[in-house]
Structure formats: C-alpha cells, structure tokens
Design a protein around this ligand. Sequence first.
Ligand SMILES: *Cc1c(COP(=O)(O)O)cnc(C)c1O
Length: 513
Amino acid sequence: MDAARLQFMTEGECVMSFFSTRGGSCVTASQAILRGLAPDGGLYVPAMFPQVSPEKIVSLSQLPYARRASEILRLFLEDFSPAEIEAAVTAAYGGDRFDDPAVAPLKPLDENTWILELFHGPTLAFKDMALQLLPHLTTLSARKNGENREVSILVATSGDTGKAALEGFRDVPGTSCTVFYPLDGVSDVQRLQMVTTGGNNTHVIAVKGNFDDAQTGVKELFSSPDFAAEMNARGKVLSSANSINFGRLVPQVVYYFSAYADLVARRAIVCGDPVNFCVPTGNFGNILAAYYAHQMGLPIGRLICASNRNKVLTDFFASGTYSTHRIFFKTMSPSMDILVSSNLERLLFEAADRDGELVKTWMRTLKECGSYSVGDQRREWLESLFWGGCADDIATLDEIGRRFRENRYLMDTHTAVASSVLREYRQTKQDGTPTVLVSTASPYKFARDVLTGIAGAGVSEGLDPFACSAELEKRSGVPMPDQVRRLKDLPIRHKAECEIEGMGEAVLREFDR
Ligand SMILES: *Cc1c(COP(=O)(O)O)cnc(C)c1O
C-alpha cells in the first residue's frame, strides 16, 4: 500500500478502491486513472457506488458547475484532497474555456423535453467535459504515485476524443498525447481540428482502418510488455485518455446530476420525480455515466440508448446477444460508428452481479467468436432500465429538418440520432416522463450534413467545409463558433499515416523524430 493511501486511511477517510471488471486488482483512484486499463485487460470500476441524498441534489442546484463537479468527484477520488479537486475543477470549468457560463446548459426543446448541451468546450463536442479535467487528474495521479516518467497518453478516436485529448494535454508538463484516427472515418472539420493542433507534445496519426481497428490496436499496445519496455527505455509510461479510463467517466457523471438539479431549480420537476435521459451512444461511455448516476441515487426512469445504423447495442438490449458479425457502416454520425462498445463491459459487470469470471468468459467469447449472450434473466434486468433504438442517415436528416422547422433548434447529426430514437421510444412505450436529450456536438462540427438536413442535398454540393459552415450560419442564424472560423487559417502540422499492424512503430517514430 502506498504512502498516500495509508495517510488517508489513518486520517479516517473513506477508502474507495477500484477493481477490474475481470476480477483482478484493487487500486486507488489515482492508480486507476494513471493506468487506464487493468493489467488483466478489464476496466476499473469503483468498489461501491457512493449515495447522494435528495437534499444534496437540491443543494447542487444553487452551485455553479465547477462546485457541482467537486461535490460529485470527491465521492470517488478517495486519494485526492478536497483542495486538489477544487483546484482541478476550477482550472477545467471555472475560467473561459467553455463559452457558456453554465458549462453544460439545459435548454427547453418542447413541452416535455429538455436538451443538455455538452458542446460548449474548446473542441465543440462533449468529450471536452471530461478531457478538460483529465490532464489535471493525470498529473496529480502521477505525483501521488511517485511516477517520474513522462505520462504518454495514447488515444484511439472516432473523431471527437482525439481533438479533445490533444487540447486537454497540449503543453501540459510531464505528458504527451498521441492520437490515432481512422483515415477515412472522420468528418472534414474533425480531421482539420486534429491535424492543425499546436503544442510541443502532440502527435496525430491516421490509421488505414476503421475506429474498431484503431481501438483494438491501442488496446494491444497497452497490453504489450515489449512496447512498455520500448517506452520505458525512452523515459515514458503509457496512459489512456479513452473512455475506458475511469478519469474520463467520473467527470461525465457530474452533468447528469447537474441537469437534474437544473430541472428542480426551474420547478419543471420536484426532487424525487423520475427523469429519462436519451443519449447518442457509441463506446457506451456517456450513457454509462448516466447509469452510475442512477446507481448513486439520481431518480432516473429510463435510459434510452440511441445508435445509428451500426445498431449493435439496439440489438443487444432487444435480444441479450452482443454480436459483431455484421457490416460496419460509415454514417454521418461518425463518432458513433463503433461495433465494439468498450464501456459496455462495466455495465455487464453489474449485470453479472459483479462476477469478474463471468465477464471474462463473455469477453473471451466475444474475442474468439465475435459474440456472446447474457441470457434471458440478465436481459430482463437490463430492460428494466435501458431501452435501445436506432436511426439511419435518412431518419437523421429528417430529424434535423423537423427540429429546425418545429422547434427552431439546430442539432448536430449525433444529437439528431438520439432525437429520432426518442420519438420512436415515446410512440412505442407511451411514456410521458420528462426527458433530457443529451446533445453531444455543435452542429458546426458536421456542417455539411446539418445543412443538408435543413436545406436539402443540393445546397451543400460543391461547397468546401468552410463554405458549408458559412451557408449553415446564413440559413440558420445560429452563430458559427470561432474555433470553426479560425480553422481555415491554421497550418497542417500532422501528416503521419500508418497501417493497422504498424501502430506501435508509428508511435516510436513520432517520439524519435
Ligand atoms: C463520442 C461521441 C458520442 C458517443 O459517446 P460514447 O461515450 O462513446 O457512447 C456521441 N456523439 C458525439 C458527438 C461524440 O463525440
């Protein structure tokens, strides 16, 4: 046991340790954050879910976002002092890095629906909510564990995580950040945002494959002793900023409490009333944070899991079988183009009554046979809280147009997938529970498709990404964010590409350059 942990125990602090979903290890919060993935290949989960009382939830509504964050974070980060947490959340959320003072504003959409806007950070997607904070948690964790090597963050991105991680870690002393993105799998704006990143510790590499290839490649590097040795020889140690890292997950729990507290403050609900959340889902990180909030006592009626045409999760919730035997589609919601949703493993761990051996068996079957089944009883248990639905590109465009016409709200393609699924859910289930639609990106990140959604396909034809954004601004009246406007003038700084098999060498090449 390390000194920091011992000190907290002798001070009588509650020690909340973390286990692997596959049964192994017991580590502190800072160790879980530093390591990212457990040595047995599992994901770190908290030993228990701390409870938040209704009174506490009401009291949150009086606080600014940064304070809400520190109240929730301290429940999980057992070996961080309150002062450390306070400083970290103030640096992440307290300044002007978010362009809305509420950080995660909740806006009315129609009479029974609110929209939680999570895209007001520097890279215009919800990943900023966690990745503006994670570098602070990472450097604190390194210090607590006597880690003197450079913490080298390795990220696989389906588009938005990459830029958010690069912005979070850019020029943070003692760290570097290397991002792999699928060569033809991200939007124009997403790619430009990444390859124009400044900073002396940032690397961006295009992989000739899809997101699952990139994610699998990164996971393999994490579990390769040879690669660890190569890194160690260079004075570096690997860490992860993907949503498998608990440090990514815990900041996301905050905004579910925050949204609920805002509804209470507006008297839209009374504390204790159930609220549904509808979440556009890819790697299952965002909606898993909602599940964690539910486990901590947040009154959630149902969690609606929205997928695009890659509807592996929709089928899983309907059948209890997770199967990757299917075609991978490239859609206009690329951040959800995923067949292996890593964070589902954390939900499976709960569905398995925290039986790590069972999770291990499912994960092995998935790797060897491409599918596993959880059985009827566990499927029914999942069904009591979750509902899965999907929307293809045509439904997505329809929804963008309809919300713009009917509600004067301009939504991005990912949010539109969720909005369309919510419509279907309400029709199917006749459920009138107030619902929060989680909005994950600025419409300007996907300007071409959003423009098509409100004005038809002909309008964007022949326009470059910048002209699309300008046209979208003209037609919608929603101001273009500065980050998009500035992109045009930034030089391309990252041009590396690699094969799926060559990811490790590509990283070392970047470091040795
Ligand atoms: C990452 C992302 C998602 C999917 O979130 P998960 O946590 O991976 O389920 C949805 N929309 C946008 C815009 C994203 O960037």
